[in-house]
Design a protein around this ligand. Structure first.
Ligand SMILES: [Zn+2]
Length: 138
């Protein structure tokens, strides 16, 4: 289960709404206790995809490294990545799977007509062949 604390959730929704009609992306910092993860800080990152960003996002490796360093500075871990699906449901696409890594939770926010609609979290496997749905609380 992944639980997103209110302050972090507000940052994620605000970032997703402001990026609309493009996809947004960002890092989730927090802690894990067994199977329960808790997101305490959300860090908006720039969508670095060169091309139409309406259905794609890219995170620069150096931005992710900086988020990881920030997590450590705050005594937290980088536990996941979030991105938005403008005018599209919160599913895990083939592209999402291809760009995934198995040690992070991937939260997808569905933004419809500029407003938050729903969200889901996914846990990709090591082969990048499937992503199980993870219980998401926000
Ligand atoms: Zn996606």
């Amino acid at each position: 289960m992944i639980k997103i604390e209110p302050d972090a959730w507000q940052v994620m929704v605000a970032h997703a709404r402001s990026a609309f009609p493009n996809e947004c992306c960002g890092a989730m910092l927090g802690s894990s206790d067994g199977d329960t993860k808790s997101v305490k800080v959300a860090v908006p990152l720039e969508n670095a995809f060169e091309g139409s960003q309406a259905a794609r996002y890219d995170i620069r490796p150096e931005d992710l490294l900086a988020a990881d360093r920030e997590a450590r500075r705050q005594g937290l871990d980088l536990i996941g990545i979030f991105h938005s699906h403008p005018d599209c449901d919160a599913y895990f696409s083939e592209t999402d799977l291809k760009n995934s890594c198995p040690w992070y939770s991937f939260v997808v926010l569905s933004i419809k007509k500029g407003e938050f609609d729903h969200a889901a979290s996914f846990l990709p496997d090591f082969e990048q062949s499937a992503a199980a749905k993870e219980e998401l609380v926000y």
